[in-house]
Design a protein around this ligand. Sequence first.
Ligand code: PHE
Length: 350
Amino acid sequence: MDFDLKKQLQRHPGLAAIYEKAAADIAAAETEAALEAARVRHLGRKSELSRMLRAIPGMSPSERPLAGKLGNQARAAVEQALAGRRQALESEALDRRLAEERVDITLPGEPFPNGRLHLITQTLWEIEDIFTGLGYRIAEGPEIETDYYNFTALNTPEGHPARSLHDTFFIEGEAEALLRTHTSPVQIRVMEKEDPPVYVIIPGRVYRRDSDATHTPMFHQVEGLAVDERITMADLKGTLEAFAKAMFGAERQIRLRPHYFPFTEPSVEVDVSCMICGGEGCRSCKQSGWLEILGAGLVDPNVFGFVNYEPDEVTGFAFGMGVERIAMLKHGVTDLRMFYDNDLRFIKQF
Ligand code: PHE
């Protein structure tokens, strides 16, 4: 307590007692709530001090000045004691929190698990690397396509048997819109925009109404398109052989089998010599020594007609491969659906 006040209060034992009691009570308050209760007790309307101050006007003129002066001083001193104690409690609380919440920076950190690229992404990037190394650019197109780009401009008019209806996802209420069933429509989009020569690969998602161990309703393709003067089947074969060796190993060979696609003529299916048995024949290649990896062919002149390229001036080849299939063959994955189960035990193996 203020020494001066103490001396003063000695002249009024009643006030001195009131003050001493309040000060002791405040000093003993261990919580904010206890402190607030002490405030009400000692400064509230019903407190001894307040009652005493209210009684001053009725005192005798000889008592009144001293009681008034000391009463107000005592009140100010109690308020000061409250404020001081409140601050002390707050800083104690802060000290406690700082001690409790202290972070020990010498402890080792929490391990942060590393993610990894999905095998399909890895395979896509690998294919892209091989073809960009051969001078191809990457082009992309929309996954929601129109009937025109997905079929008609690819020499597949309405009513053509290749439009096997059950394979395509159409969009309700949209006569023209569908989910592209292959990346080939981007061939058209690229040729509409650019004059030959064109050397592009087109990676992307495609959709078909199909689901079993070797089909998922969504899968990935990489399309290839080369249009230039005097492109021949030999260019196609050389390019795909270079790809097969880069992807599956330098010992790999390829073979072309006649096939049919509406937008290539002639069309082929391309096999790679089995990387499991080296071509001897095993379970994976069904004893044939060969594994099918993609479809291809020379661009049908009718397709050039749709994009105003001159079939007399340029020729081209195109190919399309399923990325999941390539990844399955390369890594011995037996069920395509595993790519999309998102089971980390599977994904972490690659
Ligand atoms: N678009 C064909 C398919 O999805 C593949 C293909 C592409 C064939 C280019 C020939 C040329 O089956």
